[in-house]
Design a protein around this ligand. Structure first.
Ligand code: ACO
Length: 316
């Protein structure tokens, strides 16, 4: 678990935006194509509805342009674009190239695939670029899982959806907001959650659930140790939105009350790379950080990846 060196150049968010798949699909809608029901889905996952439709580039352009607008920065002043996605529109080029052009950016652009941990992976990498002299980085987490979901498979179709969240990260003269971080992966667990090229997501749901809670708690603990903070100091936890029962179990093991957890899964379903930015920046009535709050971002996903970060909200 690397520690952030003293006096390294920091960064903070100056703008953000989100977008959701174009069509709303309720649990009731799903009962028309598979043997399931609203009560089971709500109780076992916490999901009430989800939004699907649109390409990864379309949703990224919508959230990215909202983030640029909020920050007020000139698109030409962005030094790098990082797009976290598991569902690129094409094999080649990276979808970030399409998004870079559409947003009027003139900078390096690349995709990161770390499944649902992708946004936190991107955040840590963006801080690395800023430490190396970049002034501004646009981060986007987008997934269009609907395109790799078998809509007759009740094991997966009840969970997955489309969405995007973006943020402008700018260098700061004072200390930055990132206090600690952890990135992890265990490729030996590849077979419990995967999609072949051109195929649908295959998942051993029970095994993913079992591992998810453990690796979220491990990663979050490493980040808190790196930052020198304890669970009782965390004002808001922003977990990956995969299943409300996973969020509850992880919060319980970390000793963080559920009331401090940002929960948007009822509205969004599991949007993979977009999940954490939607929970942090979206507007679904969830708990939000205030100036000076310590915020824990923690995700897990296929790979099996895990990633976490401690932010001091609004730190300059
Ligand atoms: N509707 C109604 N009944 C169902 C459904 C459904 N959609 N699915 C399963 N059932 C039934 C089963 O047949 C079973 O019935 P039985 O008791 O008569 O045999 C019962 O409900 C319980 O089934 P389980 O599979 O034990 O259900 P579980 O509580 O484990 O929930 C779920 C399944 C929701 C998939 C859960 O295991 C889960 O959320 N796992 C984690 C998945 C996850 O997070 N994936 C994303 C990872 S992130 C990424 O990289 C994309």
């Amino acid at each position: 678990m690397p520690k952030i060196p003293q006096n390294v150049r920091g960064a903070r968010f100056t703008g953000w935006g989100t977008s959701l798949g174009h069509n709303t699909v309720t649990n009731e809608d799903l009962t028309k194509t598979m043997d399931t029901n609203d009560e089971w889905i709500k109780e076992r996952t916490g999901i009430h509805r989800r939004h699907i439709g649109g390409s990864t580039a379309e949703l990224s352009i919508a959230s990215g342009s909202a983030a640029l607008q909020m920050s007020g920065v000139d698109p030409l002043s962005i030094d790098a674009l990082i797009l976290a996605t598991t569902t690129p529109d094409r094999c080649v080029p990276a979808t970030s190239a399409t998004v870079q052009n559409a947003l009027g950016l003139r900078c390096g652009a690349f995709d990161i695939n770390a499944a649902c941990s992708g946004f936190v992976y991107s955040l840590v990498n963006a801080h690395g670029l800023i430490a190396m002299g970049a002034e501004r980085v646009l981060l986007i987490g987008t997934d269009t899982l609907a395109r790799i979901t078998d809509w007759t498979d009740r094991n997966t179709a009840i969970l997955f959806a489309d969405g995007s969240g973006a943020a402008v990260l700018e260098s700061t003269t004072g200390s930055g907001h990132l206090l600690g971080w952890d990135l992890d992966a265990d490729g030996s667990a590849e077979e419990i959650l995967f999609a072949e090229r051109g195929g649908y997501i295959q998942m051993d749901g029970k095994e993913v659930f079992r591992r998810a809670v453990r690796i979220m708690v491990d990663s979050a603990t490493k980040s808190m140790n790196a930052a020198g903070v304890t669970a009782d100091q965390i004002s808001v936890i922003v977990p990956h939105q995969a299943n409300i029962r996973i969020i509850k179990a992880a919060c319980e093991r970390l000793g963080i009350p559920l009331e401090r957890s940002s929960v948007v899964i009822h509205e969004t379903g599991n949007t993979s790379s977009a999940s954490i930015p939607l929970a942090l920046f979206g507007d679904f009535g969830q708990v939000k950080p205030k100036q000076g709050d310590l915020v824990l971002l923690v995700g897990f996903g296929a790979g099996m990846t895990a990633a976490s970060a401690i932010l001091e909200w609004g730190a300059q």
